[in-house]
Ligand binder design. Structure first.
Ligand SMILES: *Cc1c(COP(=O)(O)O)cnc(C)c1O
Length: 461
């Protein structure tokens, strides 16, 4: 096959490749040819700073020599070994490293390949655990999750998900999930003050648990920040509060750290901020530094033991994916953890988190900015049509996307969540790169909101 022309590539990319979460009738190809550090380069040689970490997964930058070499070394041994009844040293070493690193008590690791499957696994394990434990509770078959939750796109993870625009259509295929309010401190109910927010939201969870605990298998949450919901930062103490409540009402706690894990919040795992050990912990995205698909669902001894027995007892966890625990991915993950140590990634994050905070504070004074939010190296800027009333722009107007188009013209790649601009560069970002990303966002907001005012927001129209 002769090399396709650039025109052919674009044509095939528009008409053959079906991109996720992308309206293909309007898709304009962005074809990345190569990358280095926090910079990605398109087919024309145009450089962009990666302000979204390849959709929240890149950690130490692209083409990190340490990660590249680890994968090459593994390639010289073996590229794939099934995890069904077999193993390989690299994946075993990774499992042990994860057990040592994660909150105490999480002693067992089930590998799969994506964030959605990590959650799917946790949800199924929870149900099977209640059926198989010494004092079985087979009536525990329903789940609690937060409004606007996003846990991935397989049907189990969509069932616990709560983003109406993505999930409502699939309603007939989903299992029952009870919905607690998203602990959002920007859009609080009218009668609740910021000081009362924590108590209010925990009370809402307690009401659900006290009424329905007998049939609830688990509660699923994204610790500290609901990412895809628009980077909703929870009030401090919420995670520890629901840990306490789930324990009291005999409900398992599933922590989905697919987005917030791997250093993103300033600690290796978000649960560390509130000294919480969940019953099941889900990791993916940054686990391999953003190189290869891999996910992990960790759990403790009690759940593990409920699955042990003679073969004929059928207590086996009958779930698996062909590439789960893939050694190339495991090599990338081990190297990712090594780089955290060698480059003191977490210790070096402080000044970057502070600088991001300064930029966000400046953006907070722009007229169409309703709220700015931050947790570690996650920054979010929410655009509103009306600041006082906190009225969102209608999603069809793609305001966030317009800001990102301006930023792209300035050489910064971003992807918004509706009206929320997300600043989430690799943890390896330099202060100078972070400045350029944030300035492109601020300039983009000024330009895109000016545009908007001329043709849709004319006050006397
Ligand atoms: C991205 C994400 C997922 C899904 O992960 P995939 O690897 O895309 O399947 C699940 N949970 C959270 C919190 C996420 O941000």
């Amino acid at each position: 096959m002769t090399e396709p022309t650039r025109r052919q590539l674009e044509d095939w990319d528009r008409n053959i490749v079906w991109h996720p979460f992308t309206q293909m009738a309007e898709y304009e190809p962005l074809i990345v040819d190569r990358a280095d550090g926090c910079t990605v380069v398109d087919l024309d040689g145009r450089e962009y700073l990666d302000g979204v970490s390849s959709l929240w997964c890149n950690v130490h930058g692209h083409r990190h020599p340490r990660l590249d070499q680890a994968i090459r070394d593994q390639l010289d041994r073996v590229a794939h070994v099934t995890a069904l009844g077999a193993s390989n040293p690299t994946t075993i070493k990774l499992a042990k490293r994860l057990v040592d690193l994660t909150p105490p008590g999480l002693n067992h690791v089930f590998f799969s390949d994506d964030g959605a499957t990590a959650v799917e696994v946790a949800v199924k394990m929870a149900l099977q655990y209640w059926r198989q434990r010494p004092d079985p509770r087979p009536e525990k078959t329903c789940y609690v999750a937060l409004a606007n939750a996003y846990h991935g796109d397989t049907l189990g993870s969509v069932s616990v998900g709560g983003v109406a625009r993505f999930h409502a259509m699939f309603e007939p295929l989903l299992f029952e999930t009870l919905r607690a309010p998203s602990p959002d401190t920007y859009r609080l109910p009218a009668n609740v003050t910021p000081e009362e927010a924590l108590g209010y939201y925990l009370n809402a969870v307690e009401q659900i648990l006290s009424e329905h605990h007998a049939r609830i298998a688990a509660m699923v949450v994204e610790p500290l920040v609901q990412a895809a919901a628009g980077m909703i930062v929870h009030p401090g103490g919420y995670l520890a509060g629901i840990r306490e409540l789930t324990r009291r009402y005999d409900v398992l706690l599933i922590a989905d750290e697919v987005a917030v894990g791997m250093g993103r919040t300033g600690r290796m795992f978000a649960c560390e901020h509130e000294e919480v050990t969940p019953d099941l912990l889900c990791l993916a995205k940054g686990l391999t530094g953003g190189y290869l698909p891999m996910a992990a669902t960790l759990t403790g001894d009690e759940i593990w033991r409920a699955f042990l027995g003679g073969y004929a007892e059928s207590k086996t966890f009958f779930h698996g994916h062909t590439y789960g625990g893939n050694p190339l991915s495991a090599a990338a993950a081990l190297a990712t953890l090594d780089v955290f140590d060698e480059e003191a990634t977490l210790a070096n994050l402080g000044p970057k988190i502070a600088r991001l905070g300064e930029h966000l504070q400046r953006m907070a004074s722009l007229p169409q900015v309703g709220d700015v939010r931050q947790c570690g190296l996650i920054g979010a800027v929410e655009l509103v049509r009306d600041r006082a009333a906190k009225t969102p722009y209608p999603w069809e107007e793609k305001r966030g996307m317009r800001v990102c188009d301006h930023a792209r013209a300035k050489g910064v790649l971003l992807r918004p969540l509706g009206n929320v601009l997300v600043i989430m560069p690799p943890l390896a970002v330099s202060l100078e790169e972070l400045d350029r990303i944030c300035e492109a966002v601020a300039d983009g907001i000024r330009a895109a909101t000016r545009e908007n005012l001329t043709h849709t927001d004319t006050p006397d129209a």
